[in-house]
Design a protein around this ligand. Structure first.
Ligand SMILES: Nc1ncnc2c1ncn2[C@@H]1O[C@H](COP(=O)(O)OP(=O)(O)OP(=O)(O)O)[C@@H](O)[C@H]1O
Length: 786
């Protein structure tokens, strides 16, 4: 039998080189005409072309290749990349730029980027960028006010080619680099808990002791603690192990550095570790005479992620045993209830933390009005884009700690920037120096395995490497979990020892494992009308799982409910509807039954979600949403006309917020469910409102009128990009039937790891999974090695 994977290994023939450059490279009028065609076709944003028109008007002698680079840099921003990498773009223009975009029918297309750029050499393009009126040199600190900046060669990234930035994004990257470097430089390796930064405030001001850079007791949080105390405290928090306990090592590394990253896959214990870290920091602080507790804040990029962390942190803090820790620090020990009360459980969104203001991208907190805190923990940091990360770092008091938590391998934010992924490029290998290794052994009692040391890799460990810890053992998915095995097989990067062919085989082995994994089902659809899709979205297609999903237990031995589809939340909606005749517009007691109902529906909605890669076409959200709506209507679970399914409102409609709405307090990524409520003004009539969980994790319900929602979409099908930070009991991941640059290992890994208990992998064409898992997201940035 022909191997399904063989054809993927055949490289396409390179096209012949043209005799002369494309006209759009020689003449700005031709370039503008080409950009016009690209915009009309939906290949570029109108904004990208408008930038070129503006630049050309301001600087008429700008050459066409320079203006094209500006348009493409702007286009890349819209796709999440902070800059344009010239060499990568020239090497494979259509792939690097993802053009034509998904869903384009390819009939009578305008010239492709590969046709336009063919014949242009890197040297010629670089030369075209040497225009001091438009492009500043990042190596020189980008003097002047040019709209564009040529990226500096990042130290340690000599292989990185020339990059073109829009100045604002170059500046964000600089701000992040400077702020992190200042914190890393102030970490006195070998010492413990040296939070006191020696860096002056960014604004150069000589602040008073009671300002935001001090702890709440007016002192600097420079609780330098000796190694023995830290070792005793870690010993109190973690069981003794012969080999390295990565959670303990992460806690130790994060305790000694004012900037720290804890990364790890799903269920590797990021939350567990950070709760212990906070207990440790507070114990060390309170263990010193006359010290008040540190002011700690917890934040996440979306309301949903904040609510999730809120729940898990509250549980973990409650279950934390603090007796030994309290007596391990300080002469007198620490009062246990004071210590427990000093560990916060409330998680806020980053927007709320920084003080977002309606109708402006500026926040209330910034360098001139820093946040009043000593420690900031950001969960789901992979979702934080470059602009937000720069805003956070700029608003952080110079002496405050920052701890980033997240999964470095997840897809990055939909907005530009992949800060966590960039920072964690070397996390896998550790790259700890001898000094760090010896210190870690001294405080944890276990030796660091040689392959995580820098001398093993033959390159010196950088300060950033010493501040990053990767958790490597999943406590949620054990060896018997197909979800865990599949995630691991998909996530393993390609390298010399792991070829594309081997990787595909490893993925296939998980899918075809005998006996079949209890939490993994596979579904093949013939076409978009295949009734198997109805069975999946309505009832969850439990028959696809061994024993139809019956009789499974969770790691604690509790019985697990079999997988469900959307029927579950729609039945909760129907069966638990309050009988009260008044909604209670003014709030208060009257509304309580409706709030409880909405909470139950939202909770039930989290039991199943269909994820897909694309937006357009029959296998994108545009095709799937009405298609699923019709299936639910046939099952009599919703009542909606075709028109309402396409673009209207109906009870049961789940919606996803696609743009932050500061006025309503709704954030991009929030999910609400449309419910029918009694209309208090007209008894007997019903009024549709969308119930959203409050973004502060308080469990409150926010009721919003449909007409007030500016940017929402139906979310029977959700893109994997939008699913980041969420988790669903049963996740169905649907892959399209044709190759697409958007299909990458990061996307598949992110989709798989949204599943908590059940995963159905839905395939609509042959070979797409194999293709996806061997394609990696190209990350281009100047962050990475600090
Ligand atoms: N060292 C450990 N030993 C046993 N169980 C653990 C350990 N660490 C974490 N767990 C358990 O594993 C589960 C996942 O832990 P946790 O929520 O801390 O992981 P996470 O990395 O934050 O997960 P997520 O992927 O949801 O962000 C929890 O039930 C937790 O109690």
């Amino acid at each position: 039998m022909r191997d399904l994977f063989d054809d993927l290994d055949d490289a396409p023939e390179p096209p012949p080189r043209p005799d002369r450059p494309h006209p759009a490279l020689g003449d700005t009028a031709a370039l503008l005409a080409l950009l016009e065609r690209w915009v009309a076709r939906g290949w570029l944003r109108a904004l990208d072309r408008a930038l070129v028109v503006f630049l050309q008007r301001e600087v008429p002698d700008a050459s066409a290749p320079l203006l094209l680079a500006a348009a493409l840099a702007s286009h890349q921003l819209g796709r999440g990349h902070v800059c344009l990498d010239l060499a990568t773009t020239l090497a494979a223009p259509d792939l690097a730029l993802s053009l034509p975009p998904e869903g384009d029918d390819l009939s009578d297309p305008p010239p492709l980027p590969s046709q336009v750029l063919d014949g242009l050499t890197l040297g010629e393009w670089e030369q075209a960028l040497a225009h001091p009126g438009l492009v500043a040199d990042g190596d020189q600190g980008a003097p002047g006010h040019t709209p564009l900046v040529r990226g500096a060669t990042a130290p340690g990234h000599q292989h990185q080619g020339p990059r073109l930035y829009l100045r604002r994004y170059w500046q964000y990257e600089q701000d992040i680099r400077q702020q992190i470097t200042a914190r890393l430089n102030s970490a006195t390796c070998g010492n413990t808990a040296p939070c006191g930064s020696t860096a002056p405030p960014r604004d150069g001001a000589d602040r008073r002791p009671d300002d935001a850079t001090s702890t709440s007791d007016g002192r600097r949080p420079d609780n330098a603690t000796d190694t023995a105390t830290l070792a005793a405290a870690l010993d109190a928090l973690f069981p003794t192990t012969e080999t390295i306990d990565w959670q303990q090592a992460a806690c130790a590394l994060a305790a000694r550095s004012p900037f720290a990253v804890i990364t790890g896959g799903p269920g590797t214990g990021k939350t567990t570790t950070v709760v212990k870290l906070l207990a440790l920091l507070q114990a060390l602080q309170l263990g010193q005479e006359d010290r008040h507790a540190l002011r700690i804040r917890l934040a996440a990029p979306t309301g949903k992620a904040a609510a999730r962390l809120n729940d898990s942190i509250a549980k973990q803090v409650k279950g934390l045993s603090l007796v030994e820790l309290a007596s391990a620090v300080g002469q007198q020990g620490v009062d246990i209830s004071t210590l427990r009360d000093s560990i916060p459980t409330e998680v806020t969104t980053l927007h709320r933390l920084l003080g977002s203001r309606p109708d402006t991208r500026h926040f209330r907190h910034h360098a001139g009005n820093p946040l009043a805190l000593d420690v900031l923990v950001i969960d789901e940091a992979s979702m934080v884009d470059i602009e937000m990360m720069a805003a956070v770092l700029t608003a952080l008091p110079p002496r405050a700690r920052l701890v980033l938590l997240g999964d470095k391998d997840q897809l990055a934010s939909v907005e530009a920037g992949a800060v966590l992924g960039d920072l964690c490029q070397r996390a896998e290998g550790g790259h700890y120096t001898r000094q760090t290794a010896e210190w870690l052994e001294a405080v944890t009692g276990a030796p660091l395995p040689a392959d995580y040391r820098d001398d093993y890799h033959g390159t010196p460990g950088q300060p950033l490497d010493q501040a990053i810890a990767m958790l490597r053992v999943s406590h949620r998915f054990d060896a018997a979990s197909g979800i865990g095995q599949l995630a691991e097989a998909v996530n393993r990067p390609l390298d010399a020892g792991h070829t594309a062919k081997e990787k595909r085989r490893a993925v296939r082995q998980v899918l075809e494992h005998t006996p079949a994994y209890a939490d993994l089902a596979r579904l093949r659809l013939a076409d978009a009308d295949d009734p198997a899709l109805d069975r999946l979205v309505v009832d969850g297609a439990p028959v696809g799982f061994p024993n139809s999903g019956q009789g499974r237990r969770d790691p604690r031995g509790e019985p697990l409910a079999p997988p469900t589809g959307y029927r579950h939340y729609l039945e909760v909606l129907r069966d638990q509807r309050p009988t009260d005749t008044s909604f209670g517009e003014a709030g208060g007691e009257e509304r309580a039954p409706f709030d409880a109902w909405a909470r139950a529906v939202l909770e039930a909605h989290g039991r199943f979600q269909l994820l897909c890669a694309l937006r357009r076409g029959p296998w994108g959200i545009d095709g799937l949403n009405p298609r699923i709506g019709q299936a639910l209507r046939r099952a009599r679970l919703i009542a909606a006309s075709d028109h309402e399914l396409e673009s209207g409102w109906f009870e049961g409609r789940p919606v996803l917020v696609t743009r932050n709405d500061y006025g309503l307090g709704l954030m991009n990524g929030d999910i609400g469910i449309t419910l029918a409520l009694p209309d208090d003004r007209e008894p007997g009539r019903r009024l549709l409102r969308i119930a959203f969980p409050a973004s502060d994790g308080s469990g409150q319900i926010k009721w919003v009128l449909p007409s007030r929602l500016q940017a929402v979409e139906t979310v029977f099908a959700m893109t994997v990009h939008k699913s980041q930070g969420s988790e669903f009991t049963h996740t169905a991941l649907l892959l399209p039937d044709a190759p697409n640059p958007i299909l990458t290992r990061e996307l598949v890994y992110t989709g798989i790891t949204r599943a908590r208990d059940w995963l159905t992998l839905v395939e609509t064409g042959r070979g797409m999974l194999d293709e996806a898992v061997t394609r990696e997201v190209m990350r281009v940035s100047g962050l990475g090695k600090l």
